[in-house]
Write a protein that binds this ligand. Structure first.
Ligand code: PMV
Length: 344
């Protein structure tokens, strides 16, 4: 029986950074990731509510407010973004056992898209939460995470599951494929700068190309993955002691190994170099690579580093990774960090 439907419902989920261990995590090693204070918000409303035109605020590369009317006659060829969202909505509705017709899906986000900050996972989790709310279902976090993983597969092919795990539980997470994620703690907020590259990229392509390279030389690649795993255990220790200098060194070393895996680019290397020359303890690419973002640990005044990035033409922002409040992992929406256009 279809559960009772509400008049409207909203779901929210945060973006993430992978602190260390991307790509190696696909091959069974542990990676550490953390939620950031940027979010995707999905609202589900019955389509009978007349569509309103939503137009973008927010800077370039930040997802503008976006809306989709399922099954409404399409005036023109739908964008790839609309097609993927429609597929994801239908899949989520099927998982939740609700009929997806006559729905309007509205998205507001202050998370840059397609740069390795987990926008598709945040969208997946927020969509599942919104549809669950809309159909008056109360889901366990593990069920939300599992449903979002199914949607991530539509977006990414063969994801490890790290992105939807962090988007679901928030906080700071040590993730190993097919194991229960471990929530990590650190005694102080971790001060980061995130800078965003200009080159377009796609995680699925980076993961696929790396798989081919690894097949040609498994021994070398497995050795590099093991080295990355050692850095990840060192980072758990550095985080537990808020030792940002040590963590920075581990970032630098992880970036070098990502270069060896051939997932960095000259632009990302230049960004890491700029961070290292402007007071960061260390920096690395984050996420799938082949473009995207870099993260830098910097526990001093971050203004000069932000200015250096911006003067060189890269968007950058400071963010602090907060140790999770006890028992608060499944409620990443606890702080209203939405952009002005989404608060209304
Ligand atoms: O979605 P991204 O770009 O943050 O990359 C995810 C991290 C990878 O390890 C490269 C892939 C995965 O599914 O774990």
């Amino acid at each position: 029986m279809t559960p009772p439907l509400k008049s409207a419902a909203t779901g929210v989920a945060p973006g993430k950074v992978i602190l260390l261990g991307e790509h190696a995590v696909v091959y069974g090693r542990t990676a550490i990731a953390a939620a950031i204070d940027r979010q995707v918000r999905v609202s589900v409303v019955p389509q009978a509510v007349s569509p309103r035109v939503v137009c973008g605020e927010g800077s370039a590369r930040v997802e503008a407010p976006f809306a989709l009317n399922l099954f409404a006659p399409k005036e023109s060829e739908p964008s790839p973004q609309a097609t993927r969202l429609e597929q994801a909505t239908l899949r989520a509705a099927a998982i939740l056992g609700i009929e997806a017709h006559d729905l309007r899906i509205e998205i507001a986000s202050d998370l840059p898209t397609a740069v390795g900050l987990g926008s598709s996972a945040a969208l997946s989790v927020a969509l599942v939460r919104a549809l669950a709310g809309f159909s008056s279902q109360v889901l366990e976090a593990s069920a939300i995470c599992a449903a979002a993983f199914e949607l991530e597969r539509l977006f990414h092919g063969f994801p490890s599951g790290i992105d939807n795990t962090v988007a679901t539980y928030g906080g700071l997470v040590a993730f190993t494929r097919n194991q229960t994620p471990r929530h990590l703690d650190c005694p102080q907020p971790l001060p980061l700068v995130i800078a965003i590259g200009r080159a377009p990229r796609e995680t699925q392509a980076a993961v696929r190309a790396l798989r081919q390279r690894r097949e040609a030389d498994p021994q070398a690649y497995e050795g590099w993955f093991d080295e990355i795993a050692d850095l990840v255990s060192g980072a758990e220790d550095a985080l537990a002691n808020a030792d940002w200098r040590r963590l920075g060194g581990l970032f630098n070393r992880n970036h070098t190994l990502l270069q060896q895996l051939a997932v960095s680019t000259s632009e990302l290397d230049a960004m890491v170099d700029l961070a290292q020359r402007n007071g960061a303890h260390g920096a690395k690419l984050t996420g799938g690579g082949g473009g995207g973002a870099v993260i830098c640990v910097h526990d001093g005044d971050r203004t000069p580093l932000l200015a250096a990035f911006r003067n060189a033409g890269w968007q950058a922002f400071a963010t602090d990774i907060h140790p999770p409040d006890r028992g608060d992992h499944a409620r990443p929406e606890r702080r209203d960090t939405r952009p002005a256009y989404a608060r209304q």
